[in-house]
Ligand binder design. Structure first.
Ligand SMILES: [Zn+2]
Length: 146
């Protein structure tokens, strides 16, 4: 399994490749900026490795307590690392926490902004990059053992 440093480096390299492509495709600056921020957040704080006591888990500092149920529910490298269920579970879990906090502070949660989709896209891309990296490293290890 690649270390968190490898995951971080691969994701940032991927972002460095994606950003010029988005600019080349004439995506507006605000969208590119939001995508870059959410991708970076996804890389450093929303990895499938939240299913163990990982560096990503520790980056949440005191807030990591909110990820303890996720860690208990998902066993390592199982559903949290599934290409579809992994991002869905992480993002749904995060949004459930955010909605809970917004509800507690009595904020208006009835309006959904289109930028939310860009935020989700950025986080999903970062999570998928992690899953693909784990998958490729697993395939390489299997080949190396033969
Ligand atoms: Zn992983």
């Amino acid at each position: 399994m690649p270390s968190y440093q490898i995951h971080d480096k691969i994701n940032i390299a991927l972002l460095v490749l994606i950003l010029p492509a988005l600019i080349y495709l004439n995506v507006d600056f605000v969208t590119v900026f939001i995508f870059a921020l959410s991708f970076t957040f996804g890389t450093f704080f929303l990895s499938p490795d939240l299913d163990i006591n990982s560096k990503i888990f520790k980056r949440w500092k005191l807030l990591r307590i909110f990820w303890c149920p996720y860690k208990e529910i998902f066993s390592h490298r199982q559903l949290s690392h599934h290409p579809i269920f992994g991002p869905v579970s992480l993002i749904c879990y995060l949004f459930a926490l955010v909605i809970l906090v917004l509800y507690v502070v009595n904020a208006d949660i009835t309006r959904v902004d289109i930028r939310l989709l860009i935020i989700i896209a950025g986080m999903v891309c970062a999570i998928e990059a992690h899953i693909v990296t784990d998958l490729v490293s697993g395939i390489k290890k299997k080949k190396g053992k033969k």
